[in-house]
Design a protein around this ligand. Structure first.
Ligand SMILES: [Zn+2]
Length: 428
């Protein structure tokens, strides 16, 4: 028996219920064919001495607005409501070329931080070119489309290219009762999950309550969306009844703690949601609200914000790693990723076990500092390489398929070319 790749004698964190172990990992045709303790006698086209590595499943960045990556740093120091109009005006400056460029750079940073699956929450899409940024970086993922986008034929092209599709539901300020019911009906009929920002800020909730007499989670329930197990982003302001509705309907949450802290949105009640059995993933949000796309930093932020908001240990490093991998995949509803075991997709991250950020590692029968080392200490600089579907897409910080430096220069030139228009928007 042969395989494409064999990583030998390495520390594996499988995230499938087994404890971390030292063993071998084999890949053939993009799928894991062996992941277990002890040796594996497969012959491989490529063998890697894994003794200096720690391997985890690839991470999900379950909420990213790649279109805003090039505008990072331009709308700092103001809450969402204050910057809302300016954000839309900046978005209006983008043509298809700029969207593809901005998304490619965002995905490149996301992959450098270990993401192997990205959910692009897009309000507009550059048509057939939507697949370009995924291909340019070599990452898997999903795109949100509104109802008109679903009917445009783009869906078939995305699915043919391995990109998953969500139905985009509006935020509270654009809620329309019959439109929400249409979304629920189309989700039922076509089988796509609904994906939406919800309960991010108190002013958005107030808009919903004023117009409909109930909060947004109740409205999603009433319109039939909640029973379709939607993916709900932010959800900072939830009542106990909202949490019960979410958990009882198997709706899921994507938390973006860095953006939520930066905007002063609030703190998503993740400990309560987990206690009720709701699944949680992590996302970085757009770089206007995060100033980057580093999902590993997001995991550390999740631990810290709940320590401050509740008590140390309210969210553990183990919870955070789960949200990045196995539970995150369940939350987004993607099968075949998030765990390292035979038959799963060969998407994984190799951490440099000898990096100063990670060392020293302590593993005994009962205690290990491994998860803490990865979530609280490592940072993306301790990542050696990233594999997606068995293909190495990042090595030593370099995105293998794209010239990131060239793209950054292109982005800088584009920003300078529209500098006057940006200045006018920022002054408004
Ligand atoms: Zn968002």
């Amino acid at each position: 028996m042969t395989c494409d790749l064999l990583i030998k004698d390495t520390i594996i964190i499988p995230m499938d219920g087994r404890k971390p172990f030292r063993g071998f990992l084999a890949v053939d045709d993009g799928i894991i064919t062996f992941c277990d303790e002890g040796e594996c006698d497969l012959e491989a086209d490529e063998e890697i001495d894994g003794s200096g590595y720690i391997i985890t499943p690839g991470f999900l960045n379950a909420h990213l607005h790649g279109d805003f990556y090039v505008f990072k740093g331009l709308l700092d120091n103001m809450p969402l409501r204050e910057q809302y109009h300016k954000t839309n005006r900046l978005y209006d400056l983008m043509n298809e070329d700029a969207m593809v460029l901005s998304r490619t750079l965002a995905y490149a940073e996301a992959v450098r931080a270990g993401a192997t699956y990205i959910v692009e929450h897009s309000f507009r899409n550059p048509g057939e070119r939507t697949i370009e940024p995924f291909r340019a970086v070599g990452v898997r993922g999903a795109v949100t489309l509104d109802i008109s986008g679903l009917e445009s034929g783009l869906t078939d092209l995305l699915v043919e290219n391995g990109i998953d599709v969500f139905i985009n539901a509006p935020s509270e300020e654009d809620f329309d009762y019959s439109y929400l019911k249409d979304i629920a009906e189309i989700s039922d009929r076509m089988g796509y999950k609904v994906y939406a920002h919800v309960a991010e800020t108190t002013w958005r909730i107030a808009i919903c309550e004023e117009r409909f007499g109930i909060g947004p989670i109740e409205l999603l329930h009433k319109t039939g969306i909640l029973r379709r197990k939607p993916v709900l982003v932010h959800a900072c302001w939830l009542s106990n009844r909202d949490i019960d509705l979410i958990a009882d309907n198997s709706a899921t949450i994507v938390s973006t703690p860095v953006s939520e802290m930066k905007l002063g949105d609030g703190v998503t009640p993740i400990p309560k949601l987990l206690r009720k059995g709701a699944k949680v993933a992590l996302g970085t949000d757009g770089a206007l609200w995060n100033n980057g796309a580093d999902i590993l930093a997001e995991a550390k932020a999740m631990v810290l914000v709940h320590s401050l908001n509740s008590t140390p240990g309210a969210i553990t490093e183990s919870n955070a790693l789960d949200a990045l991998t196995s539970m995150g995949a369940e939350a987004v509803g993607v099968e075949g990723i998030g765990k390292l075991q035979k038959g799963m997709n060969a998407s994984f991250v190799l951490f440099n076990a000898n990096s100063p950020e990670i060392c020293p590692i302590f593993i005994s029968e009962k205690i290990s500092n491994l998860e803490s080392a990865l979530i609280m200490s490592a940072g993306s600089r301790a990542i050696d390489s990233v594999y997606v579907c068995g293909r190495k897409v990042m090595s030593d910080g370099d995105i293998i398929l794209s010239d990131t430096l060239g793209l950054l220069e292109e982005a800088g030139n584009w920003l300078m070319s529209i500098g006057g228009r940006i200045e006018n928007i920022l002054k408004e």
